[in-house]
Design a protein around this ligand. Structure first.
Ligand code: GUN
Length: 296
């Protein structure tokens, strides 16, 4: 049997970056340079890497970017003060606070403190609420938005399909369900979310035309979870020990790629699937913020 086709996130992200760059050039003609601030707290190596990747790509696209790094023991007030200052600075269009944060900081309060018009992550309750209502003049969380865009650009039919999402995080699972439920051409799906309290997880997954694994458990989804011909999207990023690697670990997804590619019709590679799409949507949201700032 033929192997699954790849949903190549690197390739599609490259196309989106080109489109974003065109908008950056148009904005420049109006005297606006899109600008983003990334905030990091403490020394969590994966977050340091993600922020470096986001900043590098922003620079390549002509988006001005700045990283603010706080020490692990920074107070909630110090972070909030910085956010209020950035909210008031008209030269800054986008603000992102890299998660996870140390446990003494409140992610909820920090999300609330970012001006919704600069909330390129789409984590502010106003943006999440607007997304739920299907409004467009707002920001949607980048990973679910990137997955929807990836499916769209490969002409994967979503309307009327059974979508099963593994994981109910505020960043991926919940907004993913909200996006694919919308009354629109690249949504209109029948959506199920399964989570740690769900019963018969495997049986739910076996019904899926589109299976989106986002629970952060290394290779949890094995081939017996997947219906032949299903579309499989792997959001997971887990570090597992690997003595053969000089780093001592390797990154694996939530999906057993080598087995599932034999039965799925489409599958995301990991890395190279969802990750690059998340960055592409983040920078696309940044230029959207700059564009919207022209009209407010
Ligand atoms: N940590 C993991 N994913 C994300 C994301 O999309 N945005 C932020 N701010 N932090 C993250």
């Amino acid at each position: 049997m033929k192997e699954a086709n790849l949903l190549d996130g690197r390739l599609v992200a490259h196309q989106i970056h080109r489109e974003t760059m065109e908008v950056v050039q148009k904005l420049r003609q109006h005297g606006v340079q899109p600008s983003v601030v990334f905030i990091r707290v403490g020394q969590f190596p994966p977050s340091e890497l993600y922020v470096r990747m986001k900043q590098k790509k922003a620079q390549e696209l002509g988006i001005k970017s700045q990283v603010i790094s706080f020490a692990e023991d920074v107070s909630q007030n110090e972070v909030l003060e910085k956010l209020y200052q950035l909210n008031q600075d008209p030269s800054i269009h986008g603000i992102l606070v890299q998660l996870p944060l140390p446990s003494h900081l409140s992610e909820k309060e920090i999300a609330l403190a970012i001006d919704p018009k600069k909330d390129i992550d789409g984590f502010h309750p106003i943006n999440l609420g607007k997304m739920l209502l299907g409004e467009k003049d707002c920001f949607y969380p980048c990973t679910p938005l990137g997955i929807q865009e990836l499916l769209k650009r490969y002409n994967i039919e979503i309307e009327g399909k059974e979508v099963v999402i593994l994981g109910r995080s505020n960043i991926v699972g919940k907004p993913m369900a909200a996006l694919l439920l919308q009354k629109s051409k690249y949504a209109n799906a029948t959506v199920t979310i399964v989570h740690s309290f769900s019963q018969n997880i495997k049986e739910h997954c076996q019904r899926a035309d589109i299976l989106i694994a986002a629970m952060g458990k290394a290779r949890f989804v094995t081939k017996d979870f997947v219906k032949a011909g299903a579309v499989v999207v792997d959001v997971g990023v887990s570090r597992v020990a690997d003595a053969s690697s000089h780093k001592g670990f390797k990154i694996v997804g939530d999906v057993d790629f080598d087995e599932i590619k034999k039965i799925a019709s489409w599958i995301t590679p990991n890395p190279g699937g969802v990750g690059p799409m998340t960055i592409a949507m983040l920078l696309s949201n940044t230029v959207k913020a700059a564009e919207l700032s022209l009209f407010s």
